[in-house]
Design a protein around this ligand. Sequence first.
Ligand SMILES: [Zn+2]
Length: 129
Amino acid sequence: MTVRPMMNRDSQFFWDGTAAGELRIQVCNACGAKRFPPGPACPDCGALDRGHLATGGRGTVFSYVVHRHPPVPGREMPIVIALIELDEGVRMVGEVVDVADDEMKIGMPLRVDYRRVDDELTLPIWRRA
Ligand SMILES: [Zn+2]
């Protein structure tokens, strides 16, 4: 089972990106501010003129939680969920794979990878860089 993330007009570019192997973030066409999660208006200048760019797919662990309970159907516990600070300066939440929960560290470098769920959904996941 996968918890399906919300998809809408503001986030479609993000999911088109993961399907194409790109981790995209929104960028304000008026002031250049980068942001995540996507939204209709720039929190810095209020402009609605928005675009996006492909990140380098690298970041570091800003914080994390280890999910042990309750169990998630079809998933092995624990699941490590991190808040990742991208090199571009924005933060996003993602699942970290292939790192034992007791090896997780704040500041650990990670790189993005992709888990294709189906034709509509490819999730970004994170691995040790
Ligand atoms: Zn702006």
